[in-house]
Design a protein around this ligand. Structure first.
Ligand code: PRP
Length: 182
């Protein structure tokens, strides 16, 4: 992994810090949902590492499902819109649903996605994200469960990519500017 690590300027969150936070979040969710059954929705691809660690700490019955979405971006579409590349396989009507995201950035993707999922009439719809970049927000959206609030820096690792790479790093690191600025 040396070739990946040399592109990282500094480690923002160590794997130990992440592990401690993820189990804290799982506990918080357990207190919130008690013994309700919850459809845990992993938003591909960035959330896969967080999702895999999080679900192992859950005390309530969880159903797994996966979605892959692509934002139309930049809020140019009124009200925001997402293209669903892979939809859920579970019918979420009358179910408790928790969206699991790696990062909440501008909020464009998630605010549009939440609108679309709300139309399917779940019993409840909540959002959790490991990382939150509040400074970048352009949509009035807040996650119900947040891991870390982080500054506006280009972060990779623990599922997050640049150009589809670096997802495998076990920590969250700040990418060197030279990697993405030419
Ligand atoms: C990331 C993240 C969210 C979105 C957040 O996904 O997983 O879905 O961007 O950004 P926003 O708040 O500005 O909308 P990305 O499009 O990078 O895809 P990936 O998960 O496959 O890496």
């Amino acid at each position: 992994m040396k070739h990946l690590e040399q592109d990282v300027e500094r480690i923002l969150l160590t794997k130990e810090e992440i592990a401690a936070k993820v189990s804290e979040m799982a506990q918080e969710m357990g207190e919130f949902y008690q013994d309700k059954e919850v459809v845990m929705v992993c938003i591909l691809k960035g959330s896969i590492t967080f999702f895999a660690d999080l679900v192992r700490g859950l005390s309530f019955p969880a159903i797994f499902d996966f979605m892959c979405v692509s934002s139309y971006g930049c809020g140019s579409v009124s009200g925001g819109s997402v293209r669903i590349l892979k939809d859920l396989t579970v019918d979420i009507t009358d179910k408790h649903v928790l969206i699991v995201e790696d990062i909440l950035d501008t909020g464009n993707t998630l605010s549009a996605l939440l609108e679309q999922l709300k139309a399917r009439r779940p019993a409840s719809l909540k959002l959790c994200c490991l990382l939150d970049k509040p400074d970048r927000r352009t949509k009035p959206i807040k996650a119900d469960f947040v891991g870390f609030s982080i500054p506006d820096e280009f972060v990779v690792g623990y599922g997050l990519d640049y150009d589809e790479k670096y997802r495998q790093l076990p920590y969250v690191g700040v990418l060197k500017r030279s990697v993405y600025e030419h």
